[in-house]
Design a protein around this ligand. Structure first.
Ligand code: ATP
Length: 217
């Protein structure tokens, strides 16, 4: 009856456009996320999800200690992410063990966050920022995928200017990820971050207009 169809329309109105945002090391995901938020689009940073998941006392942290050894703990009992990176880097069995612990839980939390945005209904679009969603296959769950890209030399320069890693270490990390030139092939839209921050701001404004248009379709 009429009641049922208006209920259907109400439900239809509230469908959320679920967008994945990815890229490579220092390609500009965090910068793009901040610009999206400024433009009123909710964004969740999966790195923050991951940090919360491994807080002292969590199930994920105990599983990581069992898999990688107590060396990955800092003196205060928190996870030393640098040591995890070193332990996993170049060690296939540790890497696989970690992949079974964190990514599945991260996906659950991303979906929970998206569901919450959908029931809240304040935005027609919500964005999940995650560095490795193409590598993990997680990108397939999203309605649209946005890739932030720049050239490898810019990735290198931007990572080095953040400090903490040698050029060799940065090059090894870049080499361990799927190259950006290949990631863009998965993208419904590429944000080019090889220019200035002003140019990026304009790119993101165009992205927002495009996303809102897609959400109306
Ligand atoms: P990661 O996943 O490695 O943490 P990311 O993809 O989130 O990196 P950002 O943190 O946004 O990348 O950018 C990396 C660094 O490069 C930051 O210090 C940022 O301020 C700087 N940066 C990003 N885009 C530009 C740009 N267009 N011009 C100059 N600096 C930039």
């Amino acid at each position: 009856g009429a009641g049922e169809s208006s209920l259907f329309l109400l439900w239809w109105d509230l469908i959320l456009l679920r967008v994945g945002l990815t890229g490579g090391i220092a390609s500009g995901k965090t910068t793009v996320s901040k610009l999206l938020i400024k433009n009123g689009i909710p964004v969740i940073d999966s790195d923050i999800i991951a940090r919360d998941l491994v807080k002292p006392g969590t199930e994920a942290l105990s599983e990581i200690v069992v898999a990688l050894g107590a060396d990955v703990l800092a003196l205060d009992g928190s996870l030393d992410r640098g040591r995890v990176g070193e332990g996993v880097f170049g060690d296939e069995s540790s890497r696989l063990a970690l992949e079974n612990i964190l990514p599945p839980r991260i996906k659950v939390e991303q979906d929970r966050w998206l569901d919450a945005r959908e029931s809240e209904g304040e935005s027609s679009v919500a964005v999940v920022d995650a560095a490795l969603m193409i590598e993990s296959g997680g990108w397939r769950r999203f309605d649209l995928l946005v890739v932030v890209a720049c050239c490898e030399e810019e990735q290198l320069a931007r990572t080095l200017s953040r400090g903490g890693l040698s050029e060799e270490a940065v090059r090894a990390r870049i080499a361990s990820q799927i190259p950006l030139a290949d990631k863009v092939k998965y993208a419904d839209r590429v944000v080019d971050n090889s220019g200035t921050l002003d140019e990026l701001t304009k790119e993101v404004e165009a992205l927002v207009a495009w996303l809102l248009e897609k959400a109306r379709e």
